[in-house]
Every structure is written in C-alpha cells, then in structure tokens.
Design a protein around this ligand. Structure first.
Ligand SMILES: C=C(O[C@@H]1C=C(C(=O)O)C=C[C@H]1O)C(=O)O
Length: 376
C-alpha cells in the first residue's frame, strides 16, 4: 500500500493540472465576457449551464462522482459569471444604478413624519436624528407615512424596522418593497417600557393592558406574572396611553414609554418592564429621492427567488466572492405565490465600490425584481 506521503505526491501532480486547467478555463470565460459586452448578451445562460452539468455528470462514474462533479461545475460556472460581471462593470455596462450621492441631509428645513401620536417611540427616534426642534408631524399607520413621503407632504419618514428582542417589523419590509421610497439613514434608540394607568390605579385593579403588539411581546415576562390580564394590541404604544387616559378606567393600563405616560397624565404603575433590559429599536429614515450620503456604509436590497433547491445558496455566493460582509437576512412570503419568498439582505458597502457594483450586477441578472432599498 502506498504511504500517505506518496499519495500526497500523486494528489499534488493532479492538482497542478487542475490549477492550470482552471486558469485556462477562466481565460476563455473572460473572452466570453468580452463577447457578451460587445453583443449585449446576458451573462447567465441557464440552458447552457444545465446542459453542461448533465454533460460532465455523464462523463464520470457512480452516483457519488456524478453529484460531486456537478457541485464542482456549479461553483466553476458561478465563478466564471462573476468574472464576466466584473468585466461588464469595468466596461461601464452596469445597468441602472441611478442613486445620487449627497453630502448631507437638510435636517433643519425638512418636514418629517412619524407613525403614532405625540409620545410615540417614533417621535423619540425623529428627535434623535433630526433634533428636537424639527418640523415633524404624525400619521396613523406606517402606510400613511410611506404615502406622505411618496406624495411629498413629508420629506422624510422615521419608521421602525427592527427591535433587539422582538426582531423584524415585518410590515415595514413589505412596505419598503411596495413603495418607491428609499432608506437614507438609520438611528437606534433605547426602548424602555413602563406600565401606566390613570392616577391612583393599583396593580391589583388592572384587568386589561393595551399596547402595540411588539411592545406586548417585549414585556412578556412581566405580563406573564399577571396571566389574568387581557392583552389587547393597538396601533402604537402612545395610542394605547391616549386610550387609557381618555377612558379613565382603573381596570385599564398601557405599556408605553415614560414620556408617553407623562404626556397623557398617566401614572407609572411599574417601570422598566422589558424582558431585555438593553431593549432598543432601529428606525430607518426614508425618503422618495434616490439619494445616499457619501460616507454610507450599509446597503439594503430585496429580491425574489424561485422555490428551487439551492437558489439562495447560489445567490449568496455573490456576497462571498466579492468579499462583502452580509449583516442581515430576512424573508417574507410573496403575496399570491405560496412558498415563494422575497429576501431582504443588508450588507456592508458603498455604491461607489467596485465590489458592490459587481455583486449588484450579478444579483440583478440572477434574481427576480432586485430592489435597492438604500445605501446609508
Ligand atoms: C461562459 C459562459 O457564461 C456563463 C458561464 C458558463 C460556464 O462557465 O460554462 C456557462 C453559461 C453561462 O451562464 C457562456 O455563456 O458560455
């Protein structure tokens, strides 16, 4: 039997040949890329790739090798496409990327909308980003806020996208995809919930708690200690506070911020009741202009994929090969198409960077409905 040393010498010889052939193959792929730039042909030719996979599988023996060589060729062809996208980007054939870089946002003059009522966490986020003297107003729903910027009655909307303990705000993802509005910035604010009731209320008197669904989720441990309380979700924490103040009933309480409680003249019955003591929410600043701040370093995109084995894996390789650090992925069901999903990915980068352009070029061609939601 050959020794390990001898076997490794054999492998080294084989690998030298593979490496040489790899380079040769990539060189030809580069020429294919040049041809495609000239002819305007698409980089991805799925039919040709499927034929290639069938062909290479027919040339090897046994199930294990057939599957193995197909995996290998899937990677090889994906690398070949990346090389071609790179050439396309270098040749300026990028496809649409009509975002305009700007130096700063005009925070003082801007009209800003948030969802909820006075005292909502959205208002705190707005103050945090635009300053307390900003020109802000509120609307009833997230959709109303998206419409306000689409119509131009507001320049920016400040809307929650993710909470550190309850996770994504699903509705916001759907709205970002539906509207032609773009994220230009984000701001994170600490969220500290209190239980508030009309003055003089005792905890034992409470029977029903109102709040936004996410806030009820973020205070589950505290609420579970009072399992007999009915939990009712309303549109916003500050709306919950306003309702309790308006109805003046000691059986009712709201989960809201101390600020909202104070605004409504409520008394704090229990303070800092979040499960997670560092609870915070990330808000995005959305506008209808296709702009990004020059120093932006995060990109959010969405795209759709067919319900096919390996489709997400193949798409994620665009981030890996371009050395882009993906920071988040979410998926949402696509309306009317059971078991198909729209993915939302955040990754680090700026639209000016060649690696970002390469990845976006590849993603645009290989996904459905690629949407660049913003660079911020
Ligand atoms: C090289 C080409 O471009 C892509 C890459 C392929 C490959 O590496 O074999 C095959 C088809 C295309 O998706 C080509 O069109 O031939």
């Amino acid at each position: 039997m050959a020794t390990l040393e001898e076997l490794r010498v054999q492998l080294d010889g084989i690998d030298n040949e593979i490496a040489r052939l790899f380079e040769e193959r990539m060189k030809v792929c580069g020429e294919v890329g040049e041809y495609k730039i000239q002819s305007g042909k698409k980089v991805l030719d799925r039919q040709r790739e499927n034929n290639k996979l069938a062909d290479v599988a027919s040339k090897v023996h046994g199930e294990f090798n057939k599957k193995g060589i197909q995996e290998l060729y899937t990677q090889l062809m994906s690398m070949s496409r990346k090389l071609q996208y790179q050439k396309l980007v270098e040749a300026g054939a990028l496809g649409r990327l009509p975002f305009i870089a700007i130096e700063s946002l005009e925070k003082e003059k801007a009209r800003v909308v948030f969802q909820g009522v006075e005292g909502a966490y959205g208002q705190a986020a707005m103050f945090n980003y635009f300053g307390e003297s900003c020109n802000g107003f509120h609307v009833h729903t997230f959709r109303d806020a998206m419409e306000a910027i689409e119509e131009g009655s507001a320049d920016y909307a400040v809307l929650p996208i993710e909470n550190s303990s309850a996770g994504a705000v699903n509705e916001m993802y759907d709205l970002l995809d539906e509207f032609e509005n773009y994220i230009v910035a984000e701001t994170i604010i600490p969220i500290t919930h209190t239980l508030a009731g009309i003055p003089g209320t005792k905890l034992e008197e409470v029977k029903c708690v109102y709040s936004k669904a996410e806030a009820l989720m973020q205070t589950t441990h505290f609420l579970d200690e009072h399992a007999d309380w009915q939990r009712i979700s309303v549109v916003n924490t500050a709306v919950a506070a306003a309702k309790v103040a308006a109805e003046q009933n000691k059986e009712q309480a709201a989960v809201c911020s101390a600020y909202a409680a104070k605004l409504q003249g409520l008394e704090i019955l229990a303070d800092n009741i979040n499960d997670e003591k560092n609870n915070s929410t990330r808000f995005v600043i959305v506008t209808n202009q296709k702009v990004y701040l020059k120093d932006a370093n995060k990109i959010s995109i969405s795209f759709e994929l067919p319900h096919e084995s390996g489709s997400l894996y193949r798409i994620l390789s665009h981030f890996i090969y371009n050395d882009l650090n993906m920071t988040k992925i979410e998926s949402r069901p696509i309306e009317g198409r059971n078991w198909e999903y729209r993915f939302f990915v955040d990754f680090e980068g700026n639209m000016e960077q060649p690696a970002v352009k390469n990845a976006l070029r590849g993603l645009r061609e290989e996904t459905r409905n690629l949407n660049i939601l913003g660079n911020y």
